[in-house]
Each structure stands twice: as structure tokens, then as C-alpha cells.
Design a binder for this molecule. Structure first.
Ligand code: UDP
Ligand code: MG
Length: 314
């Protein structure tokens, strides 16, 4: 069986890594005699990444590139790649070679055995202890709240069959949390483990703030559990207040009005105020998401590509 493999490589300020990634991946796939295309998606890089992609494409006709009009984020880059890929299956891989490209061959073999999603799962060797603890806690919490399964270490490095790609493209949401979407579409899945890798060049684009917002996204995009938590909290506090009011009423009937009550007053104002603000925040987050979804803006805009030329010359 010989299916064309499209390798999608999102790139944002990866000038250093593009030539290396292109050469390494192409060599590995040629040696394994897999027919392939490399589809670089330049996500609005501020450096010469696009020129690097064009140069690589001049040298190797199996390399294609999309150039975004600005930085849309890796999720958008992946979505563009999935939309434009012509292969029978697609492998998404980072440009920084943190995802060992040799693994693509193994993943492709699994695909040929009939798997729809071959998921490369990294261990956390070499990560700081703090980030390991955080990750563990996060996945515990997320999996409790969210109704799709999220697996620690299983990210975007995976091979997808045509029907999986088709399913993913059917999901038209604007705010794309791929980790959840991949899991939501399902199909036959298999995991392959690999060792955590250091970045070979350039810098990671993640900051603590972006990680936090990614984490919140993961929980909010896949369920309405947080809204439910607000209802429960409201219910519990309403119950307690009614009981307390009854108690006060009986006290007043029996002993008359007892003026001191400063502590309980402050306590109620602050806790209730806190819970109300928290709940409004949760509701606001969901409304914000609705607001962006109803706009139906495209997930990405392409400024130029070297793909068109081929179809025009046909
Ligand atoms: N990336 C992208 N758009 C962005 C940020 C990152 O296309 O806005 C690409 C980046 O070029 C790389 C991949 O996504 O190929 C993973 O990025 P990074 O290495 O910074 O993330 P990490 O490996 O630290 O999770
Ligand atoms: Mg990286």
C-alpha cells in the first residue's frame, strides 16, 4: 500500500530551523521510500522564514508552503495545513525538531496497519519538577471536568488518516483547541512513546501566561461544567442562607433583636460578593466565546503560497 504522506510543519520565526527540518525530514522519508509532501505553514513570522521556505521549495519540488498574512497561532497553522494537504494521511510535526522525525516512519507503518490516529506521546524526562507537578494536576482536573480524554504528553505530533482529517475539517469552530478536537473525533487510535527532546535552535513561543490561557481554553472549550459549578455553588449558599435566616428569625422571636453581628455581615458580603464575581466571570468567558464564534471570521488568511503556481500551470 502506498499512500501519499503530507507532513505539516507550522513555523513561526523558525528561520534557523526550516532548512534543517526540511532536509532531515525529507531524507528520512526518502530513505524509507514513503512518497511525501512537506507543507510548511509560515505563521506570520517576523524573520526570513518565508524566504527560507521558498528556498527549500526551489531545491525540493515536494516542499510546499503557505504564508499567512499575520501570526494566527499554531492552531490556525495546523488547520490551514489540514485544509491544504493533499496526502492520504497527514503528520503534524514541529519545526524545531523537538518531535523526532524518525518517528514518522513508525507512525506511517502503524497507519498502514489501519490506525486512523497514530499519536506520538512524549515522556516528561528533563522537564522541571514544578512543571511536571503542574501538568499532573492540570490533567487530573481537566479530565474530571471535560468529557473528552486528554492525555499528558500527547500533543499535536500525530499522524491522521484521511477520514480523521475530514472529520476535523468538519468542526468549524473558530477557537480551536486541537488537543480536545483530536480526542473528540476519535477513530482507531494508537500511542507511540518517545523521549522528551530539547529544542535544537531558536526559542519556544510559550510563556507562563500563554500556557495558563491555553489551560483555561482546554477546560472551557469542551464543556459547560464550570457553569454547572456556579449553579451548585449558588444552590449551596442559598440553602445555607435560608437555614441561617430561619435560625435568626427564631432567635429574634425568642430573645429579641441581638445587635452584634458584624462578623457574619462582613463574612456574608465578602463570600457572596466573591462567588458572584466568580460566576459572572465564568458566564462572561462563555459569552465571550459565543461572541467570537458568531462572527464566523476565517481561522487564517493566506497572503501567498507556492501551491497555486502548480495548479495554474496545469
Ligand atoms: N508556532 C506557530 N505559531 C505560533 C507559535 C508557534 O506556528 O504562533 C509553531 C512553531 O514554529 C513550532 C511549533 O509551533 O514549529 C511549536 O512551537 P514551540 O516550539 O514554540 O512550542 P513548544 O515546543 O515549546 O511547545
Ligand atoms: Mg518546541
Amino acid at each position: 500500500m502506498n499512500g501519499l504522506l503530507s507532513v505539516i510543519i507550522p513555523a513561526y520565526n523558525e528561520r534557523e530551523m526550516i532548512p534543517k527540518a526540511a532536509a532531515t525530514i525529507a531524507e528520512i522519508l526518502e530513505q524509507a521510500e514513503i512518497s511525501y509532501e512537506l507543507l510548511f505553514v509560515n505563521d506570520g513570522s517576523r524573520d526570513l522564514s518565508w524566504q527560507c521556505i521558498e528556498e527549500a521549495a526551489d531545491q525540493n519540488p515536494s516542499i510546499r508552503g503557505l504564508n499567512f498574512s499575520r501570526n494566527f497561532g499554531k492552531e490556525s497553522a495546523m488547520f490551514a495545513g489540514l485544509s491544504e494537504a493533499v496526502g492520504d494521511c497527514v503528520d503534524v510535526i514541529d519545526c524545531d525538531l523537538q518531535h523526532p522525525p524518525e518517528l514518522i516512519v513508525q507512525m506511517y507503518e502503524k497507519y498502514q496497519e489501519g490506525y486512523d490516529q497514530v499519536i506520538a506521546k512524549r515522556n516528561r524526562k528533563g522537564d522541571s519538577r514544578l512543571s511536571i507537578v503542574f501538568a499532573k494536576l492540570y490533567y487530573k482536573l481537566a479530565n474530571k471536568l471535560v468529557n473528552v480524554e486528554m492525555v499528558d504528553g500527547a500533543g499535536d505530533f500525530r499522524l491522521l488518516s484521511r477520514r480523521t482529517i475530514h472529520a476535523l475539517l468538519e468542526l468549524k469552530e473558530n477557537n480551536r483547541f486541537s488537543k480536545g478536537l483530536f480526542s473528540w473525533v476519535g477513530f482507531n487510535q494508537i500511542y507511540i512513546e518517545y523521549e522528551n527532546q530539547e529544542r535544537a535552535g531558536g526559542n519556544s513561543k510559550w510563556s507562563f501566561k500563554s500556557l495558563l490561557s491555553y489551560g483555561v481554553d482546554g477546560i472551557l472549550s469542551f464543556n459547560n461544567q464550570p457553569l454547572r459549578i456556579c449553579i451548585y455553588l449558588g444552590g449551596i449558599f442559598m440553602g445555607i442562607s435560608i437555614l441561617y435566616l430561619l435560625y435568626l428569625l427564631i432567635e429574634i422571636l425568642l430573645h429579641g433583636i441581638d445587635a452584634p453581628g458584624y462578623f457574619t455581615t462582613i463574612l456574608l458580603i465578602t463570600t457572596l460578593g466573591g462567588i458572584q464575581l466568580f460566576s459572572i466571570g465564568v458566564i462572561g468567558e462563555y459569552i465571550g466565546r459565543i461572541y467570537f464564534e458568531v462572527k464566523k471570521r476565517p481561522v487564517y488568511l493566506i497572503q501567498e503560497t507556492n501551491i497555486k503556481e502548480e495548479s495554474e500551470s496545469e
